[in-house]
Structures are given as C-alpha cells and as structure tokens.
Design a protein around this ligand. Structure first.
Ligand code: PEP
Ligand code: MG
Length: 587
C-alpha cells in the first residue's frame, strides 16, 4: 500500500533538548557525505580527474590496511569481511563507478565529488530497476565505496549537513555525538532521530547547541522525505510530519509560550543561587566546544564544572598539537576570567571515538567496559602528558582544575598524578612557568566501584565530581545511548542513590569538595535531593542553569534535608519518585 505523502503523521520519542522547531525535513542517508556541485573551467578538468585518481588510490590503500587488520580475525566473520573488502577493492579498479565519475567530470565540467555522487545515484537507479533483491542490496556496497571516495575528496571530516537549506530539521536513523558536534545551529533548526536516548552524548550535544531534538523515534525515517514539513517538539518528545495548518498554528503558539518562559528565566542571570533559608549553591556549566561560551556567560554560570575535552579532538584526522590545545583551552579560560574552569582529560572510547587516537585499536577494545577514558590515556601516556602540558600552560592565565574520567582505582590516580608532575617538570625545563601549586587534580565518580571506594579515592584526590550518567549506566547495566532500554534509565533507583550518598559522605569526611556534573544536575526535579545529600556544586548544560536556580531560590534547605532523609530510607524507586515529586510540588 502506498502512503499518502501529505497525510499528517504523529510520532513519539524522547524529548532530549527543549524547544519547538518547525521547518523542512532533511533526511540523512546513513553514512552519506554532503556534497555541493561546482562548475569547473575546461582547463581544470585534467586536474580534477587527477584529484579523483588520488582519492581512488588513497581508498585502495585504506581498504588494504583494513584487510591486513581483518585477516588477523579468525572465523566466519573474518572471512566474510575479507570477501567484502575484496569486492570493494574491485569497485575501485577500472569499474563503472570510477570510469563513470571520470566521464562526468569531462562531460559536465563539474567537481570530482559531485561527479562521484551523481554516478552513485545513476548506478543505484539501474540496480533498482532490475527488481532483484540481491542486486538491490549491492547498491549499499557501491554507496560505501563511493562515500569513502567522497570523504577522501572532501578531506572529511567534512561538516555533515553543511549543504542543508537554512532552517532544516535533520531526520536520521542515527546521529553520532561527533556528527552532532558539527551541526551549525544557525543552519539547522532541530533534529528527530530513530536511535539514541536522553543521557547519551548525542542528546548532551543537542542540548549544548540549543537544538530542539527528539531521539528514539521508532519508525520515523520510512515516513519522511527531504522537504516535507516537520515539527519537532523537544520538550514533549513529539514529532509531526506533514502537519496541517491548524497543527502548525498550535505548535507556533506553544513555541511563543516557551520563548516567553525562557526570557522570564533570564532575569535570574545575575541573582545568586541561594535557598530561602540562606544556603548558597554553586551553579557551573558543562562545556564541549568553545562555541558554547556565549551561552555560558548568558546563563550566568559561575564557572565551568566540566569541560569535555574529547570533543576538541573529534572530527579531525590528527591529534591537536600542544600549542593548538593551549589555544583552544585559552579561548575558553579567557572568557571565564578568574572563575574556575574544570578541564577533564580525554574521555575517549565507546560513544566518543577519536579517529587519531584509535588507529590500530579494535573498536571492541574501547567499548564502555574497555579502554575508555583514563584507561586509554594511561596506555597512551605521551598523549596524556601533552594534554597536561597544554592544560598547565593555559592554567597560567586562569583558575583551572583538572578532572580524570572513568577512574576505578587509586593506582590510576597515582599514575596520572605522576604524569602531571612529569609534564610540569618538562615545562619548567623549557623555561615555561607552571602554576605553583599545581592545579587541583580531581576524579570523576562514575564507576560503581569508585563510588564504593570513595573513602580511599578521597585520600588521593583533590576533589570529586559525580558523573551520574555513567554511574547510572554501570550501576543499572543500561547502555545510556540505547533507545531500547532508555525507559529503564532511572536516577531514582535506590541503588544509585546510595552510591551518591556514600560518595558525598566520603568527600565530606575527607573534607574535599564534591560536585555533580551528570545530567541529573541540570534537572530541577532532582535539585532538592542532591542538595539534601550534601552536594553544593552542580554543573550542567548552560541552558538549564536558570531553571535549577529558580528551583533553589524557592526551596527551603531544612525541608529539603528532611525530605532527602526520608527518601534515603526507601527501597522502592516508585515511592522515591512520589516523595520527591510531592516535595517539589509543595515548595
Ligand atoms: C557522566 O558520566 O555523568 C559525565 C558527566 O560524563 P560524560 O557524560 O561525558 O560521560
Ligand atoms: Mg561519564
């Protein structure tokens, strides 16, 4: 049955970044590379053919390298991959794809990437017409090889979606955190994606960029075409495809209301975050990219509680040099003046791969339970040492703290501290001043074992920051980026709350500062409970600061302490949620 393309259709997903966007859909085929067609002069044709040839040779080398790695894999999977890569290599010999693209450069005088893209489309059309499911499936292989050529030609990492019409709403099966980091909020209005969940890094990045986004929208892509009008309601988690005029009008009214509320909250920017009975709370910002700094100041953050430095290493093929890292860090630190900036060392792995750091490392090796975060840094100590040197140099002009991700043992903190001291000594030998004393070195508490060993870790750390996203994931065995288990991700699980309480108590006993920088910190629903557990520093996506501040300013600390005590006596997360929501409704 063919669907009526104009029929209004509603979808439900997880609203992960608030706001309403209405605009034309831009459906992204997985793995596709954005390309613009460019006319070239007749005399440039030979040079363009040469560019294509260079890209083809590079692709062959890349595939041969992949082959060397896969032949090491034994078993049926290894064999199948070897066959597939052989087929890819043949497509890069004297194939229709390569010859056809070359001919298009000559016939139409267009750039090589546009020629490759057009040739892929032409081959796909022929295969489609054959009406043979085996042949139809081969088109995916052609696309794969073609996209590799496009990436080589455009020297990808190309900015994905840089060719989308202004105001577009991205529709995709999957959107990686690295892709999301490259979205230009002046071009893209929002996103609706089949995969993903609220605590994954794609969601975190969408919030950071202020893009209304709904993730986990089952069945979406089959029903949307590029150019269809689409509404994304990132607050309610709703997506409407081909809305009627009256639906558009209703969502526009809600959008106006949302903007009005946001503006009202902006009035809190310069007011202190203090409870009615005088308890002061520190509200800081989580930052991934320097472009967020305008938002950080606008939101009234009193510091940066988490700079996720790994995003500065993404979407490029090389590792940034020490000087380049210093420059990037200074661009953040200089905005903050004397206000604290907590730079976290690289948390690479799992959802956050960084190509240059992972070459030669199997994807399985850097899974969520693998060489992620500090574990990868400790097997690449030169990279960690360079990062420390960059942080120390940048710290000369600001108030910097250093935070280590994915710590699970005291030995890791000791090793990292030794590397930090080595980095400082090297700079001193070079005649560069380093802060004296060295910046505070803290650890993320985001592995259950670390929370349970918080007393021991506190003896070796200058401060703690709770990463409730990963702490929830590892405690409840729920992949934070997986839409199929997103409904089970529950920060009010009594097991998780006990780990928070134990960590906070350990920090208070050892008299070291404790903060929380997971997504819980930015949700006003949890504020009373976190304060009631003794945490006084919350770090969050900048746009959440006014909401949390509002919650703090209307709250009575003594009552929150009492309610947190009652909650911590409970064993059922449903009852905990009820006790918390009742308290929030009262105060
Ligand atoms: C966390 O795990 O809660 C955290 C803040 O770190 P990230 O989200 O970058 O893993
Ligand atoms: Mg984490």
């Amino acid at each position: 049955m063919t669907k009526n393309p104009q029929k209004e259709q509603h979808f439900v997903g997880l609203g992960v970044a608030v706001g309403i966007a209405i605009g034309p859909a831009y459906v992204r085929q997985s793995g596709a590379v954005d390309v613009r067609e460019r006319k070239i002069a007749k005399k440039a044709v030979e040079a363009e053919k040469k560019r294509l040839d260079v890209a083809v040779r590079l692709a062959r080398r890349q595939i041969r390298r992949l082959q060397t790695r896969t032949t090491a894999k034994s078993g049926a999977n290894g064999e199948e991959l070897t066959f597939l890569l052989d087929a890819y290599l043949r497509m890069l010999q004297d194939s229709r794809l390569v010859r056809g693209a070359e001919q298009r450069i000559v016939d139409f005088q267009i750039n090589a990437e546009a020629a490759v893209k057009a040739e892929i489309a032409a081959i796909a059309a022929v295969f489609h017409a054959m009406d043979d499911s085996y042949i139809a499936a081969r088109i995916d292989d052609i696309r794969e090889v073609g996209n590799r050529l496009l990436r080589n030609l455009t020297k990808t990492p190309v900015k994905p979606f840089s060719a989308v019409p202004e105001g577009s709403i991205i529709v995709a099966e999957q959107l990686t955190p690295a892709d999301t980091a490259q979205l230009d909020p002046t071009l893209v209005a929002g996103a609706a994606v089949v995969g993903g969940s609220a605590e994954g890094h794609t969601a975190i990045m969408a919030r950071a960029l202020g893009l209304p986004t709904v993730l986990g929208v089952a069945g979406l892509t089959g029903d949307v075409r590029t150019g269809d009008t689409i509404i994304v309601d990132g607050t309610a988690g709703r997506v409407v495809v081909n809305p009627t005029q009256s639906t558009i009008a209703a969502f526009e009214r809600r959008r106006t209301e949302h903007l009005k509320q946001t503006r009202l909250l902006e009035r809190l920017r310069n007011l202190p975050a203090v409870t009615r009975d005088g308890t002061e709370v520190v509200l800081q910002a989580n930052v991934e990219l320097p472009i967020e700094m305008a938002m950080v100041t606008h939101a009234g953050a009193t510091g940066i509680g988490l700079l996720r430095s790994e995003f500065l290493f993404m979407n490029r093929e090389d590792v940034p040099s020490e000087d380049e890292q210093v420059e990037q860090l200074r661009s953040v630190i200089s905005v903050m003046g004397k206000r604290p900036v907590t730079v976290r060392t690289l948390d690479v792995g799992a959802e956050k791969p960084v190509a240059a750091l992972l070459s030669g490392i199997d994807a399985d090796a850097v899974s969520n339970l693998g060489l992620r975060g500090i574990r990868l840094s400790l097997v690449q100590p030169d990279i960690l040492e360079t990062q420390f040197r960059a942080i120390l140099r940048a710290a000369n002009t600001g108030n910097v703290r250093i935070l280590l991700p994915m710590i699970s043992a005291v030995a890791e903190v000791r090793q990292a501290r030794d590397i930090l001291k080595k980095a400082a000594a090297k700079l001193t030998r070079r005649g560069i001043t380093v802060p004296n004393p060295l910046p505070a070195l803290g650890v993320m508490i985001e592995v259950p074992g670390a929370a349970l060993a918080a007393d021991a870790l506190a003896q070796h750390s200058d401060f703690f920051s709770i990463g409730s996203n990963d702490l929830t994931m590892y405690t409840l065995a729920i992949d934070r980026g997986n839409e199929h288990v997103a409904h089970l991700f529950n920060p009010l699980h009594p097991g998780l709350l006990r780990l928070l309480q134990f960590t906070a108590d350990a920090a208070l006993r050892a008299r070291i500062p404790i903060a929380i920088c997971g997504e819980m910190a930015g949700d006003p629903r949890y504020t009373a409970l976190l304060l009631g557990l003794g945490i006084r520093e919350l770090s969050m996506t900048p746009s959440s600061i006014p909401l949390v501040k509002q919650r703090i300013r209307e709250m009575d600390m003594a009552a929150a302490n009492h309610r947190a005590g009652v909650i911590m006596d409970q064993v059922d997360s449903g009852r905990i949620a009820m006790l918390l929501d009742d308290f929030n409704a009262l105060a």
